[in-house]
Design a protein around this ligand. Sequence first.
Ligand code: PGA
Length: 234
Amino acid sequence: MIISANFKTFKTRLETGEYLTQLEESLENSSQEVLIFPPLTALQTHNGRVKVGTQNSYPIDSGAFTGEIGVEQLDEFNIKTILIGHSERREIIGESQKEVAEKFRFFAEKGFKIIYCIGEPLSIRESGKEALHNYLQSQFDDIDIDYENFAIAYEPIWAIGTGVTPTLEEIEDTLKWIKEFSNRSLLYGGSVKLNNTEEILELPSCDGILVGSASLKVNDFIQMIKIADSLEKR
Ligand code: PGA
């Protein structure tokens, strides 16, 4: 399974280094694919079981894009994994589907592992299944779903950072619907906590999780990985 942590705008470079050390020490007997996405200033070369990815990059090698970074800066730390389409970037930063798709195309061409995020606002969820599917479908506009090296993270916007999650049936239903047109690994994200990790990972269509606030405590994140390991041994 893919167990991933999105630090968002939390943690310094030093804290991220300490986190990685502790995480690596716990992974000896784990078979999970573990990814962490620290803030840009905490990106660092890391040789170990954990893959360090970037939460963002401009789709350029290098150039005049004030405040952004490009592949040249990622290469310095051998970063080959990127989060694209997170709802905080779509909603707060204002990234359009066109921009998101352009990033996807660019980083796919570079061979990056992409965690591609999709998810609906509450108003869409409350409008019924057809509205939900149409909305999620539109987030695949101009996305090459045949690209080999990507996983999809389904993260309902109303579940992110709120402590509210869809029912297990709703999560499974949506993941199953995505599985019908894409055979990529499917992650769920949005208020994943220690106490709901097992039931979410147990869902038949769920191949992993993308964890925000609950990943900030390394011991909790380590526990989540252990839960994934215990499920696979069953
Ligand atoms: P959360 O964030 O776990 O804090 O809800 C998830 C995410 O935004 O990836």
